[in-house]
Design a protein around this ligand. Sequence first.
Ligand SMILES: [Zn+2]
Length: 323
Amino acid sequence: MGLISSHHADAYFEGGEPGGADWSHLHPRTEWFHVRELDPGVHVISEPGHVNSYLIQGTELAVLVDTGLGVANIRSVAESLTGQPLQVINSHYHFDHSGGNRLFGDIAIHEAGKALLERPAPDGLAPGYMKYVERLLDAWQDYKDADDVFFHLLSAERMVRPLPEDFNPDDYKIVPTVATRTLVDNEVIDLGGRQLRVLHTPGHSPDSICLLDESNGLLFGGDTINTGPIYAQLEDSDLEDFASSTARLAELADSVRRVFVCHFMRLDNPASLLREVAEGFDAIVHGDVEYRDNVDCLDFPVKEACFDNFSVFVNGGSGSLRV
Ligand SMILES: [Zn+2]
């Protein structure tokens, strides 16, 4: 009990600002991006609690898989990690994967995403996401306090950070961008000493892709594979497509070592996740699951099917959301 009391004393009195709580123990990390080398030549550039982008280097070219929310400069982070020319590849057109596109000259997306990337975002999406950020930071206070005393799961890259100081959430805008190159299924991108195969995996959105680094056994799952809720409830989501795309990925499970995903805190996964997700979607399309009520990040009601290492959001029956 002594330890807990002194922890509280530190947090709420000695270190406290006059008239307010001291949040420094809640946000010990203030840099917006967290960078870590996951495999030789492969870095995650994550926005913890939001989205994970990946920098993959060959000897001639570096590919940045996704550009994040666009609330801070991901280009300068990528350039600090590589001197090679940068090719952006969007895993799909959604704003949280293409928010930094405007900082780059060379952007590739699956051919089904070209027009979607150029389309203006629905009204309310940008402020709606900023409201989510507010709820996330509010929730973080109790979560971090409980972790400090009981659970000890929070590593540096799992620390949610406050928005960057020079960023005003009221000014957040989702800016349409134009792809300079389109990709097709099974196309191979040569980075020099490393090749990435494009796998068109529609389901989450019509243009969703995964990238497969066959010789190193790495799969970049986009939003097709995730370790929290997999979003299958959106206006342009399709459950049948999701089931066939994830069945295709499950066939790769024996030749893949690691699966890197775009959302949530468990970004580095064994290939067995591919089979689990495929089995989950198979159960969903066969009506073989039970659902509970939940809300997505825009506070929209959804039905959630829960599995051991992930869940799936499907349309809650009150319409679906365009992002
Ligand atoms: Zn998405």
